[in-house]
Design a protein around this ligand. Structure first.
Ligand code: FUB
Ligand code: ZN
Length: 630
């Protein structure tokens, strides 16, 4: 293993960093084997009322969903594939895994119904679901590609995504069942799962899903049905990896590294291959580990997390450096212009880190989740909610733009299901504690009859007011995540009196007996900061980036005509941060002034390419003296 070090480091805390370098390798005796520290508080229990998120969620409903539905029904043949499969005639159009986009869009539609009834949208879901059910074969198999091109060939090529599509079917089914109580789609998913288990499993055929996804979906099926056999099948599928079972079935050599099929998953040490596949795999492993106390998985996940986050992650929380494998290359190789950083991979990283946090109660996972959320993932959708990035580079000559759809539409459909579930990442709960992971204007019934509310202008302002409503005195520790980007913070009661706390695993833990209306005020220092890549990242030698709170900034040519090419940050550079509600959906813009050409004007990375085509860069020339060395 190469030495551990994050691939970027904040300039302002090079000393504190030395401590930070040690934490990823710390293993706490006793934590292995524990199933879960935190329970989730799903978005269905959370109401978001927030200056940053509410408008995005509204646009998801008013724009993103209609765009996806139109693409799926009218602009492409995705729904027609189901209609044809039901009739058993006609052609399959598009890519062999296009069914997955329909399921992912339906998952997003289901989430959007939660807490916000919409009879027309629900009717659209029911219409699609009837088409899925009609396309299901009597033995439970469902996949429009094989149904229309030759059912005799099904289950012959492990890379043909049959289980990937089945996994997205399962996630959509659980989502719709939870949103509406309607079982039709759940029954379709159960029949498909039972079909797969009749063909594969101990004493039956071996199978390595070429694209992971089914594993985490089976765990959801286990959670909603209570049937252990689905969890066991997920475990079995994970254990199939690394034993030479994987193949294309037509004689072509399977590249195990691309598929995370080189070694048994519990022995994995290094991140490799396709980024989205890897993230879904680690989600599945985390789920299984949290239910089965599988210590080998837990240890492997720790190793893999170090390798992804400390050596192969961009400052934006994007992962997967290369388009050639849509995935990982070599440690510390992080090119900016050719960065792949697929939107789906960022969402996968978020989903994995959410699970790791629940399993361990450690804030470092939410630090990564937050980084990816506000930067690499959010850049995947335009401010209007109608255009999508598949690839999210950190530098552009002005020729990279969002599109309204893609032939391979995994990223638009991913964003469609991801955005409305964002409320799930805000809170957590444990036997003796309430946990605030993300800061966003919101309230949640975190325990029966107990509501937690946040008022804040985060991510633009670090002032957060948290209030508890409880019918009787509540004895719970309040865990407030202190983001790793934050150099200083204060915690007071509502009268401004400092509250005692202890730091534990990235959280300030305020022990308390809370009465109705009690609360705390958290203030996080959000001064703009110069950040550097690890000196081993050759592509960022002599460069730096600017971060404020969780938001990474970039420079667009359109704002910096005449200065873009020579823009420099130095020791004397000062930053002025100004909120403007009318600009780019409401942003804090940063003006950087110093001896070089300027002032330079920076905007949040996620907001780039929302005006005229223009060059963009995250890393800028650094002329100062504070860059870290090896
Ligand atoms: O193969 C299904 C999806 O398409 C992958 O997750 C993406 O990387 C894209 O290749
Ligand atoms: Zn994608």
């Amino acid at each position: 293993m190469t030495p551990r070090r994050p691939s970027f480091i904040p300039a302002c805390c090079a000393v504190a960093l030395l401590g930070a370098l040690l934490f990823p390798s710390c293993k706490k005796e006793g934590s292995l084997g524990a199933s879960k520290v935190l329970d989730p508080v799903y978005f269905s229990e959370v109401t978001i009322n927030d200056s940053f998120w509410s408008d995005r969620l509204q646009k998801h409903k008013s724009t993103t969903l209609p765009v996806c539905i139109d693409q799926i029904e009218n602009q492409t043949g995705r729904i027609r594939n189901f209609e044809n499969a039901a009739l058993g005639e006609g052609e399959h159009s598009g890519i062999f895994f296009d069914d997955s986009d329909v399921y992912k869009a339906l998952e997003g539609m289901a989430y959007s119904l939660v807490g916000s009834p919409d009879p027309a949208l629900e009717a659209k879901c029911d219409e699609w679901i009837a088409k899925f059910a009609a396309a299901q074969q009597p033995d439970g198999y469902i996949n429009t590609f094989y149904t229309l091109t030759g059912l005799q060939d099904r289950w012959t090529d492990m890379d043909k995504h049959e289980m990937y599509c089945a996994g997205h079917l399962g996630e959509a089914a659980v989502a719709y069942y939870k949103a509406t109580g309607k079982r039709t789609l759940l029954d379709v998913a159960i029949k498909m799962a039972d079909h797969m288990m009749s063909v594969f499993g101990p004493g039956k055929r071996d199978w390595v899903p070429g694209h992971e996804e089914i594993e985490l979906s089976l765990v959801k099926l286990y959670e909603v049905t209570g049937e252990r056999k689905y969890l066991d099948f997920a475990s079995w599928l994970l254990e199939e990896r690394g034993h030479g079972h994987g193949s294309h079935g037509d004689g072509r050599v399977w590249k195990p590294i691309y598929y995370q099929d080189e070694v048994p998953v519990g022995e994995a040490t290094d991140i490799s291959g396709h980024a989205v596949r890897a993230m879904y795999l680690y989600c599945g492993m985390s789920d299984v580990a949290s239910y089965t106390a599988n210590t080998a998985y837990r240890e492997a996940l720790d190793r893999l997390w170090d390798d992804v986050v400390l050596r192969n992650m961009y400052i934006t929380g994007g992962i997967g450096q290369s388009s050639s494998n849509e995935g990982f290359t070599t440690d510390y190789s992080l090119p900016n212009k050719s960065a792949y950083c697929e939107t789906c991979a960022s969402v996968g990283l978020i989903l994995w880190n959410w699970r790791m946090n629940r399993m361990t109660g450690e804030g470092k996972y939410i630090d990564v989740l937050e980084r990816s959320l506000y930067n690499a993932a959010l850049s995947g959708i335009s401010l209007q909610g109608d255009r999508f990035f598949y690839v999210n580079p950190l530098e552009s000559d002005g020729d990279h733009h969002r599109q309204n759809w893609y032939g391979c539409a995994c990223c638009p459909s991913q964003i469609c299901r991801f955005l409305p579930s964002v409320g799930s990442f805000i809170y957590g709960k444990s036997e003796d504690g309430l946990w605030v992971n993300l800061y966003a204007g919101s309230s949640a019934e975190i325990l029966p009859s107990v509501t937690i509310t946040q008022q804040t202008l985060y991510p633009w302002d670090g002032h957060i007011e948290i209030t508890l409503r409880t019918p009787k005195t509540l004895k719970k520790a309040l865990h407030l995540r202190i983001p790793s980007w934050c150099p200083s913070f204060s915690i007071t009661d509502k009268n401004g009196k400092s509250l005692p706390y202890v730091m534990k695993d990235g959280y300030a833990v305020v022990d308390g007996r809370w009465n109705d209306g009690d609360g705390v005020i958290l203030d996080l220092d959000m001064a703009p900061t110069v950040v550097f890549a690890d000196p081993r990242v050759k592509e960022d030698e002599g460069l730096c980036a600017v971060q404020r709170g969780p938001v990474i900034y970039c420079m667009e040519g359109i704002d910096n005509e005449g200065t873009y090419d020579d823009a420099t940050i130095g020791d004397d550079t000062t930053f002025k941060a100004t909120y403007n509600s009318d600009e780019l959906g409401g942003i804090v813009r940063i003006e950087a002034s110093g001896r070089g050409p300027g002032p330079l004007s920076l905007i949040p990375y996620y907001a780039w390419d929302n005006r005229a085509p223009t060059p963009m860069k995250v890393f800028l020339t650094y002329s100062g003296t504070k860059a870290p060395t090896l």
